[in-house]
Design a protein around this ligand. Sequence first.
Ligand code: THU
Length: 150
Amino acid sequence: MTENERTRLIKEALRAREFSYSPYSGYRVGAALLCEDGRIYAGCNVENAAYTPTNCAERTAFFKAVSEGERRFKAIAIVGSPAGKPSQYAFPCGVCRQVMREFCDPENFLVVTAIDENTYKQRRLSELLPDSFGPENVKGDKEKDDDSFL
Ligand code: THU
């Protein structure tokens, strides 16, 4: 990911955060997902009175992209903080990390959590979700020379 791409991605995540529907937690999150083809899909968290149906910003962005035919992704930027409070580094929840794992190479997909365009932390998905379970486990087409298969 270039510096320009990262800057653009963080800006789009900040914009998406404005649409956060979070009347229950008051925690407002925006995400922007960069596809290999250069397209960006943005998403916000969408809460629900029954709580469980709540969708995180990251998954909103992924599901928008996948449902539009995208399958190859480079990076995601995330911004989140309680309404009216200073920005903080918002790392993705475990469920969102697993959804990323479904579609992305853990060694190459980049997760950026940002306060603003110039203040961010960047991690590989493999750092956030080590020793992960993914599609190749189920399909059984991964090399079976690894302890985890014994
Ligand atoms: N949330 C996200 O959107 N992304 C995360 O990775 C963590 C949590 C949302 C879900 C809920 O609407 C609110 O933040 C508080 O958990």
